[in-house]
Design a protein around this ligand. Structure first.
Ligand SMILES: Nc1ncnc2c1ncn2[C@@H]1O[C@H](COP(=O)(O)OP(=O)(O)OP(=O)(O)O)[C@@H](O)[C@H]1O
Ligand SMILES: [Mg+2]
Length: 260
């Protein structure tokens, strides 16, 4: 037993070392202690052995369901989203997954639901991009880890829409692109984002172009709650953009973005 334990500890030490986890400040260290449980650490280590991750960077975000980290890849910067197995919103996740026709055969065990959720976000991002929407390119998933293109530069992520100061003209320009993305998501990708708001849209400061993120909860049009989710997305977007003089009604916006 003791030998086993020693071996295990050595393996973890080595994995940590190989990942060259940068110890930026005590806060991110504490966070990493929480997120990097042994299986996650092992999976990160496997991803580094495959050459996908070259070095783990600092924490970008600590959310309700997942933590997002910066990392260096072999050619470009990466964002690493690690879903927590013991997420507080697990019950909601389960309802989303079990009603999604693409995931009917998933065994309803907690970790399996979280792994399916991770794969679902990968697929949703891919479908959104194929439809012409700007979203991070998903690269690979491994259990509860999603690796994707880092939307930002030099370890600095693009700001959230809610944190960008815009004048009326800029706000309206961004609104029209978002409407076009919502239309493409519906008519081409046949998806509803289901958590679309100023919190899940990044803005590229170079050209003020919007980037959709956070698509774990996105559902196909067949999902029983798809209409309700779409309606909620529409209300969120109209609420936010009313400050830039957008006065469309929910029905007007819906008619622009819905599949005929
Ligand atoms: N590909 C990416 N590139 C750069 N930053 C990213 C990327 N993906 C996510 N982020 C950053 O991490 C944050 C959290 O990501 P995301 O919204 O996908 O996770 P979340 O679990 O929904 O978080 P929350 O529970 O807070 O909503 C984003 O607000 C964004 O700042
Ligand atoms: Mg989010």
């Amino acid at each position: 037993m003791r030998r086993d334990l020693e071996k295990k500890v050595r393996r973890i030490d080595k994995a940590t070392d190989d990942l060259r986890v940068r110890e930026k400040d005590s806060d991110s260290l504490k966070l990493e202690e929480n997120v990097f449980d042994v299986p996650t650490l092992k999976n990160l280590y496997n991803l580094s052995r495959k050459g996908i991750i070259e070095a783990m960077g600092g924490s970008i975000s600590t959310g309700k369901e997942a933590n997002v980290f910066h990392a260096d890849g072999s050619e470009r910067e990466l964002a690493i989203k690690i879903y927590r197995i013991n997420t507080s919103t697990f019950k909601a996740m389960e309802a989303y997954i079990t009603k999604d026709p693409r995931f009917v055969n998933i065994r309803p065990k907690k970790r399996d639901i979280v792994f399916a959720w991770t794969r679902k976000e990968f697929q949703n991002l891919k479908r959104a991009r194929s439809a012409g929407i700007r979203a991070p390119e998903p690269i690979i998933t491994e259990k509860n880890i999603l690796i994707m293109e880092f939307m930002g530069e030099n370890e600095v992520p693009f700001p959230l829409l809610k944190n960008v100061a815009l004048d009326k003209e800029e706000g309206q320009r961004i609104y029209h692109i978002i409407v076009e993305y919502m239309r493409l998501l519906n008519t081409e990708a046949k998806l509803v984002h289901a958590d679309l708001s100023e919190y899940n849209i990044l803005i590229d400061p170079k050209d003020l172009s919007p980037v959709f993120i956070d698509m774990g909860q996105s559902v196909t049009l067949e999902h029983p709650n798809a209409r309700e989710f779409l309606h909620r997305d529409v209300l969120n977007i109209l609420r936010y953009f009313s400050r830039f003089g957008i006065k469309e009604s929910p029905e007007e916006l819906l008619s622009k973005i819905k599949a005929k």
